[in-house]
Design a protein around this ligand. Structure first.
Ligand code: PLP
Length: 343
C-alpha cells in the first residue's frame, strides 16, 4: 500500500529502531533520563528558547500551553481551521476552561489586521483574550507557510495587547525546509512553540514544547496533572533525536514529491487543483463530482483497490500527504492509479 493518508503513517526505520534500542535511559519525571534531557536541550536550542519538555504527543503540547497561559473564561484566538480548535476533542474547554475565538482567515492563516478586528471591547461583559495561536505550517490550510513578516506582525500586535503567543509547530521544520528560514527565527516572537517528531520526521512517538524556563516549569505541573509524566522515555526520545539527525534535511524530498503529485493530479480530468498552492508536503484537491459521477469517498475506495491510500476530507475534497515512506516512484504509481480511475 502506498499510504498518502498522512505523514503520521511513517514506520521507524531499522536504524532508528537500533538507536532506540541502544538508548541510555532513566526516570524522565525525575529529570534522570539522559536521552530525554539531551533531546530537550537540543530542541530548546533549535527553537531559540531557554527550556523544553518532552511530551507524548503534539496535542498535549498545545493543551499544556493553553492551560499554562490562560485562566478559565479567557479567550484563545486562532484560525478557525486550527488543529487546536477542530481536532483536540474540545481540550481547550475541558482542560483549561477557555473559549475559542476562531478567526476566519485564509488557508489557515490570519493577518494582524484580522487579529485586530477580532478583539472585543475591553469591557467586563466580554470574554477577554489571553493567547493567540498560529499553526506553522497550517495543516488544513494545505500545508501553507506563514511568512515571517506576517508571524511577527501578529505576535507584535498580540504582545502590544498584553496577550501571549503560541506556535503549533507540528510541521514547523517543513516550513524551514521550504523557505530556508530557521525555526529559531520563525519562533522568535512566540512565547511557546513545539515540534512534532511523529509527523514528517518519522519517529513513532513524541513532541517537544519549548519556551522560557518559567513557562516550562509551569507547563510541567500541567503535564504531571494530565498524566504526561513518564519514566524510561529515553527509548522514544532516542527516535526523536535520530530523526533530528537524519530526517530533517530530507523533508525537501517530501516537498518535491508533493509538487510532483500535485502536477500529476492537476493534469487529470475532473481534478481541481492549482499546484502553485502546494508549498510543503500536503496536497488538497477537489473533484468535479457532477462530471465524474462519484464523490471523494468513492474515489478514495477505488484508489485503495489500486494499492493507494488517500483520505477523503469531505464529499468533494481529498488530502494527500507525502513523507519518508513515499518515494517519487510511488507518487508516479499513485498518479497512474488516479488516471486510470478518472479516464
Ligand atoms: C498532528 C497535529 C497536531 C497534534 O499532534 P499529535 O502528535 O498528533 O498529537 C497538532 N497540530 C497540528 C497542526 C497537527 O498537524
Amino acid at each position: 500500500m502506498i499510504d498518502l493518508a498522512s505523514d503520521v503513517k511513517t514506520r521507524p526505520t531499522a536504524a532508528m529502531r537500533q538507536a532506540m534500542a541502544m538508548a541510555e535511559v532513566g526516570d524522565e519525571q525525575a529529570f534522570e533520563d539522559p536521552t530525554v534531557n539531551a533531546l530537550c536541550e537540543r530542541v530548546a536550542a533549535l527553537l531559540g528558547k531557554e527550556a523544553a519538555l518532552f511530551a507524548p504527543s503534539g496535542a498535549m503540547c498545545n493543551q499544556l500551553a493553553i492551560a499554562t497561559w490562560c485562566r478559565p473564561g479567557d479567550e484563545v484566538l486562532c484560525e478557525r481551521t486550527a488543529h487546536i480548535a477542530v481536532y483536540e476533542a474540545g481540550g481547550p474547554a475541558a482542560n483549561a476552561g477557555v473559549m475559542m475565538h476562531a478567526i476566519h482567515g485564509e488557508r489557515g492563516q490570519f493577518t494582524a489586521d484580522q487579529l485586530r478586528a477580532s478583539f472585543r471591547a475591553q469591557w467586563r461583559h466580554c470574554p477577554q483574550p489571553s493567547l493567540v495561536c498560529v499553526e506553522q505550517t497550517a495543516n488544513l490550510g494545505g500545508g501553507s507557510v506563514w511568512s515571517l513578516d506576517q508571524l511577527d506582525a501578529v505576535a507584535e500586535l498580540a504582545h502590544e495587547r498584553g496577550l501571549r503567543t503560541h506556535m503549533d509547530g507540528a510541521r514547523l521544520l517543513n516550513a524551514c525546509a521550504a523557505t530556508g528560514i530557521s525555526a529559531r527565527d520563525y519562533a522568535a516572537q512566540f512565547d511557546s512553540v513545539w515540534i512534532d517528531f511523529s509527523k514528517g520526521l518519522g519517529a513513532p512517538i513524541g513532541a517537544c514544547l519549548a519556551g522560557s524556563r518559567a513557562f516550562i516549569e509551569r507547563a510541567w505541573v500541567i503535564k504531571q496533572r494530565l498524566g504526561g509524566a513518564m519514566r524510561q522515555a529515553g527509548i522514544v526520545a532516542a527516535g526523536a533525536l535520530y530523526a533530528l539527525d537524519h530526517h530533517v534535511e530530507r523533508l525537501a524530498e517530501d516537498h518535491a514529491n508533493a509538487k510532483r503529485l500535485a502536477h500529476g493530479l492537476a493534469a487529470l480530468p475532473g481534478v481541481m487543483l492549482d499546484p502553485a498552492t502546494v508549498e510543503t508536503n500536503i496536497v488538497f484537491f477537489r473533484l468535479d463530482c457532477a462530471r465524474l459521477g462519484f464523490d471523494a469517498h468513492e474515489f478514495s475506495r477505488r484508489l485503495a483497490a489500486h494499492g493507494v491510500r488517500i483520505g477523503p476530507f469531505d464529499e468533494r475534497t481529498l488530502r494527500a500527504v507525502t513523507h519518508l515512506d513515499v518515494s517519487a516512484a510511488d507518487v508516479d504509481i499513485a498518479v497512474d492509479a488516479a488516471a486510470r480511475i478518472l479516464a
